[in-house]
Design a protein. Structure first.
Length: 156
């Protein structure tokens, strides 16, 4: 009788066990990488939003004709347009009334420090904020023209 060549059942079981171990390892690496990617993506998305918000606020401060307010609400006036920043312990709300835009940034906000150059004009804004346990600072200086300062003091 002629002997047939082939795989024994033991060889097939060993190959299946090795294959299942490799597949399990690959699946574990894939899921770990996917979790890490999603976590990093969410963190980066939030960092981008904080940076965008900070740049937006600095841009509005620079473009503003004048800034008034207190440590809870800043109002920036630009050519008849008004932007309002409201500071809460757990968020900052920005409202641009001319464009009817409202945006909220959720982070832990520290004390807001303002410096006034005239009785109602703010020329320096500083506050700290925390996101994901990281402490950061926002500070910006507003420069007014001498003529505008003179006019604002004369009005008072």
């Amino acid at each position: 009788m002629k002997k047939l060549k082939g795989f024994t059942i033991i060889e097939l079981i060993v190959v299946l066990i090795i294959s299942s171990i490799l597949i399990t390892l690959c699946l574990k690496v894939y899921t770990d990488f996917n979790k890490y990617f999603l976590k990093t993506f969410k963190e980066q998305e939030f960092v981008n939003k904080v940076m965008w918000f900070s740049l937006r606020m600095k841009d509005e401060i620079n473009k503003a004709d004048y800034i008034t307010g207190n440590s809870e609400i800043l109002t920036m006036y630009t050519s008849g347009q008004k932007s309002i920043y409201e500071f809460y312990p757990d968020k900052i709300i920005m409202q641009n009334q001319s464009k009817q835009i409202t945006d909220t940034l959720f982070l832990t906000v520290g004390e807001v420090h303002l410096t006034y150059i005239a009785p109602k004009l703010i020329n320096f804004i500083q506050f700290n904020y925390t996101y994901n346990g990281n402490l950061s600072f926002f500070y910006h200086h507003k420069t007014y023209s001498v003529r505008y300062l003179f006019d604002s003091i004369r009005e008072d």
